[in-house]
Each structure stands twice: as structure tokens, then as C-alpha cells.
Design a protein around this ligand. Structure first.
Ligand code: ZN
Length: 84
């Protein structure tokens, strides 16, 4: 397991977890699941190591893989209230 050191936001402890990460690719939301990331136990900040980031970029760039992906429906809510 990779040592992520302390959280760069709050200096809390960072543990490796498998997380979901969302990306917008050409106007479509793509979710990559089971991404190994360091997650701060205190503030929830996520850190992804450079080789993991490169692997994600390769996955997202793979059109064949995106076409074969499972699709889920995501509720989209419009923010229509004026905020002072
Ligand atoms: Zn933190």
C-alpha cells in the first residue's frame, strides 16, 4: 500500500481506498470506479498518484471501452433559485 503522507489540506491521516471518480469527457459524465486513491480520514480530500492518473487518462481516452461501459441514469437538478 502506498504511503500518501499527511493530507495537504488539513494534515490529517490519509488512507488508501477504492473510490469512484467523475470526469466530463466530450460533454458526457464518465464515472471510473475502484480507483485507488488516498482519502483523508478527517476532511475527505482525495489524492490520486501520478501513475493512477495516467491510467485513468488512458481509460477515458479509450473510446471502445467507453462504448462497452455500463450506463447509469443520473438525476440532473436545475439550480433555479436566486441566491442573494
Ligand atoms: Zn484532510
Amino acid at each position: 500500500m502506498h504511503d500518501y503522507g499527511e493530507c495537504h489540506v488539513c494534515r490529517g491521516r490519509v488512507r488508501e481506498k477504492r473510490v469512484k471518480q467523475e470526469f466530463w469527457v466530450k460533454g458526457k459524465l464518465v464515472v471510473v470506479k475502484d480507483v485507488p486513491a488516498g482519502v483523508c480520514v478527517t476532511c475527505g480530500e482525495k489524492v490520486v498518484r501520478a501513475p493512477v492518473g495516467r491510467r485513468i487518462a488512458a481509460l477515458l481516452g479509450d473510446a471502445k471501452r467507453r462504448r462497452g461501459a455500463r450506463t447509469m441514469t443520473i438525476p440532473v437538478i436545475k439550480f433555479e433559485t436566486q441566491v442573494a
